[in-house]
Design a protein around this ligand. Sequence first.
Ligand code: CTP
Length: 396
Amino acid sequence: MLLKNKKIILGITGSIAAYKSILLLRLLVKEGAEVKVVMTTAAKDFISPLVLSVLSGNKVITEFTEDNEWNNHVALGRWADLFLIAPLSCNTLAKMAAGICDNILMAVYLSATCPILVAPAMDEDMWHHPATKRNINTIIENGNSIIDVVAGELASGLTGEGRMAEPEMIFTHLIEKYFRGEALLGKKIMVTAGPTYEPIDPVRYIGNRSSGKMGYALAEAFYLQGAEVILISGPSKEKLSYSGIRLIKVETAKQMYDECIIEQDASIIVMSAAVADFRPKNAAAQKLKKSDMDVSINLEKTTDILGYLGDHKKTGQVLVGFALETENEKENAGKKLMNKNLDCIFLNSLQDEGAGFDKDTNRLTMLDKDGLTEWPLETKKSLAGKIVVKLIQKYC
Ligand code: CTP
């Protein structure tokens, strides 16, 4: 869980975007955060405090005093690891810039000792008003961070800039900026993902059914442990959640090889790409006409990238391979472990229901000098997190 033991205050102000705070709260709680919600009176017109108190498991704070008890805003401001205000209305933005303390949310803001992140939401004309620009600059100068508004449909019925960023965007931004681990700080990790496409002509290619899901999940899991991550990806529909991962897109095995050579000084290299073993010997420059086409295509071998990296392995470097086998699985994977000079290899099996190409789940067996470790069927994302933790324990 990415936010285990983390304490977050979620501030909600009066904006139609307040309904998205419910989803945001769910995301935070699901990842293990303890969340206390503070909302303004205007925010209560948009969502019910009851929903937020049930979902957070904590009392929602809306007033300075409730039931003859004082809500200690100073203690709250010091309790949190992060104060997230989403949505931030134009009005509360102006109060933040001016330092006005006329409600409990502003009192918590002015006493908070933790970082403060805000996600503004307002109509486009308000967003572009010089006063708003000035207020945004002021709160940035005062040390707060902003998640930019996005363009789209607005409450006014107009379309333009001013929508609050989507909850998933706010969530990944928050994790990336404040809550990455540090186990791999200072380490460079290279991950490859996806298939490669080997052209027959400008239209046709030889490829395979790899989706890249496992490689993308691994790149993100390494990144969340504080590493500098370079992801070299063949054609894949996957998208990275975190902007700090360096993505290099390639098409062919040759291009992947060239990029891997440039990055081969990485401390850990994980070759999860399904690199094509063969390519057409002479790719045609123009589309081949059916009438001119040979029924057979002459192929040549591509370079075994992992084999090359194994032959040129640096001292202390950790080399990780993947193997996809359909028969004599463990034996064949064991051979690849030895022949390619790897520290460990993960065996994918096509035999398992729910595992394999384009699935969100996978089942893996890890082979290394100590023997076998079996990983039960689970999502590629959570499997990636566990694999990275295991690699850190074993090799870092
Ligand atoms: N690999 C590579 N370069 C290639 C082919 C494979 O770097 N040209 C890497 C893959 O990324 C994977 C490992 O080698 O980590 C094993 O790939 P796999 O396709 O299972 O095995 P091959 O070595 O290609 O052998 P075979 O196809 O005979 O099983």
